[in-house]
Ligand binder design. Sequence first.
Ligand SMILES: Cc1cc2nc3c(=O)[nH]c(=O)nc-3n(C[C@H](O)[C@H](O)[C@H](O)COP(=O)(O)OP(=O)(O)OC[C@H]3O[C@@H](n4cnc5c(N)ncnc54)[C@H](O)[C@@H]3O)c2cc1C
Length: 419
Amino acid sequence: MVPVGKVKIIPHLEECTPPRGELDADSLSQIALAAILENDHPLKVDAFRWAAHNLADDTLIQRDLDCTFDEPGWQKMAASGLLGLLVEPELGGAGLDLCSALLTIEGLGHGCRDDGLTFALSSQVLTMQLTLDRFGSTEQRREWLPKLIAGEAKGAFCMTEPEAGSDSYSLTTTATPVGDGTYTITGEKAWVTMGPVADLFIVFATVNPDLGRWGISTFLVPASTPGLTVGPNRPKMGMRTTPFANVTFENCLVPESARLGNEGAGASIFSAAMEAERAFLLAGAVGNLERTIDDTISYAREREQFGQPIGAFQAVAHAIADMKVAHETARTLLYKAAALQQTGSPSMMAAAVAKLAVSENALDAARSAIEVHGARGYVSEFEIERDLRNTVGGVIYGGTSAIQRNIIGRLLGLPAGER
Ligand SMILES: Cc1cc2nc3c(=O)[nH]c(=O)nc-3n(C[C@H](O)[C@H](O)[C@H](O)COP(=O)(O)OP(=O)(O)OC[C@H]3O[C@@H](n4cnc5c(N)ncnc54)[C@H](O)[C@@H]3O)c2cc1C
């Protein structure tokens, strides 16, 4: 057995051999096919069991109310190697292939009732670390990835600005060269997931606004940089246990060695990061959806009205059947997008289709779950209404549903229109 990183608690992660770098195209395709076909894939089941056992938390309702991040849970995930799923073992990661990492995140989403914690892990592993790992220099990767994986540091990804949301390349944060390869960064980033607890920010800023998107560069900016200010945690509708803030940069001095990739490569880096985020960030949400279905089936079996379990009413059974279809569709599209990306095939269409379907299906299913639970679905103490609130963000982050439809339309050859 080849040891994989320091993942010890989830048995099948240790058996995942050989590490990603040594897998050929056929093996990757087989892993992808197994991910699609096996809803009870061992990696997923192990992660589910681990999360259900280690992340069970009877303070969750209150933490959700107070918007409190589960730092002890985060450290448990770090100690189990779950924060380094995709990074090579040499840097402390598990070195998993993409589909195996997503199966693990899906299982965590199924077993952990704190969707905000799964979301935080997903954004860390799939947006922050993946971008750093793909585009960082050897020194940058060696400096930061081991700390991020060990839970000694947290990262956040800063693209969106108050006036640059879907139109992200219209950003106005500037990185001004000031000689000797040094830059000063000035601007404001909005809605930064993990911002309040982050030690490192990936920041997109323009070096030359006249060049439009080709003037954008990417920088690694430590939270300790003078001039960097993180705003207060902003309470939000769902995913309330994931901290979230605006971050401002006022003449933050950064050396050339803090730049990720070449000057002007920011748009390409962002585009690659978004394709991954679009397709994969919702793996946890697919697991969350399965948990919602489990809860709804249990309730429909137990709750009796008119002398029979409500699940015996066709209307209720059909609602749950539709939730199942929503889940299967989401899962299949998620792993199709992952399989294409894993095997190096074009995946932009599959990623946009998966993002759209997974986020919208999860939202629809969470609403159905509330209807099946009646008033209990609406009241916080039964923990069903939280699922609905948590799913709403999925149709916004990583590009709104309208933006996914724009991408799909464009790839289908429809006229591009204004934007
Ligand atoms: C939970 C959550 C976490 C987030 N985390 C991060 C993060 O870590 N880092 C980060 O950089 N950002 C993050 N974001 C920001 C997110 O990426 C943006 O909210 C998103 O890109 C949309 O931008 P906006 O909110 O400004 O909406 P806008 O772009 O202002 O859109 C408003 C409405 O107009 C529609 N619209 C806009 N343009 C078009 C168009 N061309 N065609 C059709 N309709 C259009 C949209 O679909 C939407 O309905 C997060 C957001 C959320 C909700």
